[in-house]
Design a protein around this ligand. Structure first.
Ligand code: PLP
Length: 461
């Protein structure tokens, strides 16, 4: 750490933080009694706090964002050069980085063609929901307006995103919700809802979506919104056969497929986008976290030309366009950062590293499962990985979340930051989460695993 702040300055920062910052996802008691932590600096996948203590960040900035790691001067330079030229312009006018990033992005997404810029994952999902609703009105007299979402998936924090969110604990106390969102069952075989396995399970879980469509009436359902790999809802990798059947069902009933890549997008699972593991052809893809790795706030709602065309078929209608604006969608820092972020991923083969290190880490998590009865299941794709902790392996009774939190705290005390499923599914906040920057090495993985191994040895079941 460079020590540019004096001890007095730092004490002042801590007091100001405690007195005035309303932190995300923090119990209010912790404002008064918790240990304050200010992260002062980052380099690679390490961060330093106000005491000068180093931490290995195995969750890329707490919520899986800093894909290319901290301290990337070339991204900072790209942003700064762009800001000196033009920081902002919104509305119908384009910008140089906005056009160039859209072109680069679309090269990675065959079948899609239009990029709508905004600032957060929630906002990108809202854009897609609004497009679905407008299409329903333009084409189907408002009838085909329902949006299906899946149990345990999360799509953001706004009221519409919570209305289409499958995590009961996140939604609790925020109703009433927007109408027209309908839940379909999750597809986690470890918490099986059907007595099947492998491909048969995948097919059955997808068939359950068709049952909901038939129950609701296919002429009322406009879109299906799914995470490619469910992230905060428990690190759920869909079983084989699932996605193929999902695609078939969407085509059969003319339902638009919206894939929420806010977490998985831009390399997190070892391909540019999570859906690309499964050969599906979405109509909408939303993305945010890894787009600029947190160097700037940028999100995108990407659509097919077919979706775009649905808005331009009747030029005599003055309402015939997507009547939406995102004020800060006109910031140029985002696409400038995103362009450089993409160059880094390509030049450093971070997709390849993600696949190699993800496989290695999954194997090492498997060793922890062999060693500790408390590890019920390990799963993941690329560098989004989870270990579900259980009180009893036979019955799969989940470990109490206080004990899971104690494991996370123990790992943190050893200088490694990991996370857990948090306030998502009642009784099932029991999965440790790992999503290190895509630059992680074998030595880093070993360091993470050693810390988790130590902590699991100390957990009392
Ligand atoms: N979608 C998914 C899958 C997410 O995990 C998140 C946030 O974690 C969001 C959407 C919302 O993104 P944001 O917090 O940028 O609004």
């Amino acid at each position: 750490m460079d020590g540019s702040l004096s001890q007095n300055d730092l004490s002042h920062v801590i007091e100001a933080d405690k007195a005035h910052v309303w932190h995300h996802l923090t119990q209010h008691k912790q404002f008064e009694t918790g240990d304050p932590r200010i992260i002062v600096e980052g380099k690679g996948l390490r961060v330093w706090d106000q005491t000068g203590r180093e931490h290995l960040d195995a969750v890329s900035g707490a919520v899986w964002t800093v894909n290319v790691g901290y301290g990337r001067k070339s991204i900072v330079d790209a942003i700064s050069e762009q800001l000196m030229k033009l920081n902002y312009f919104a509305g119908a006018a384009g910008s140089i980085p906005g056009a160039l990033y859209a072109e680069k992005l679309i090269e990675k997404m065959p079948g899609l063609s239009r990029v709508y810029y905004c600032n957060s994952g929630s906002e990108a999902n809202e854009k897609a929901f609004k497009m679905v609703r407008q299409i329903a009105h333009k084409r189907y007299g408002g009838k085909k307006h329902k949006i299906l979402y899946r149990e345990r998936d999360y799509h953001g924090t706004t009221i519409a995103c919570l209305s289409g969110g499958g995590q009961q604990e996140r939604n609790a106390q925020y109703g009433p919700f927007a109408p027209g969102f309908v839940e379909v069952p999750h597809c986690l075989e470890y918490r099986a809802q059907w007595d099947l396995s492998g491909e048969a399970y995948g097919q059955r879980a997808a068939d359950a979506i068709e049952e909901v469509i038939l129950r609701e009436g296919p002429d009322t359902v406009g879109a299906l919104c799914l995470e490619p790999v469910t992230a905060g809802g428990g690190v759920i990798v869909p079983p084989p056969g699932y996605w193929e059947r999902v695609q078939e069902i969407c085509r059969k009933y003319d339902i638009l497929l919206h894939i929420d890549e806010v977490v998985c997008g831009v390399g997190r699972t070892g391909t540019w986008f999570g859906y690309q593991h499964y050969g599906v052809e979405p109509d909408f893809v939303t993305m945010a976290k890894g787009v600029a790795s947190g160097y700037a706030a940028i999100a995108c709602c990407v659509t097919s030309e077919r979706v775009f065309d649905l808005f331009k078929d009747d030029a005599s209608d003055p309402m015939n366009y997507f009547r939406d604006i995102s004020t800060f969608g006109g910031c140029t820092a985002g696409p400038a950062a995103a362009l450089e972020n993409m160059r880094i991923i390509e030049d450093e083969d971070l997709l390849g590293n993600c696949t190699r290190m993800g496989d290695y880490m999954l194997g090492r998590l498997g060793e922890l499962k062999d060693k500790h009865a408390v590890v019920g299941d390990v799963r993941g794709k690329g560098l989004f990985l989870g270990a579900e902790l259980v009180a009893d392996r036979e019955s799969r009774a989940p470990l109490h979340e206080k004990q899971v939190a104690a494991v996370v705290a123990d790992v943190n005390r050893q200088g490694v930051i990991i996370g857990m499923t948090n306030r998502s599914i009642p009784g099932l906040n029991n999965t440790l989460c790992f999503a290190p920057p895509l630059i992680v090495t074998k030595d880093d993985v070993d360091e993470i695993i050693t810390a988790v191994d130590n902590a699991l040895s100390r957990v009392a079941v």
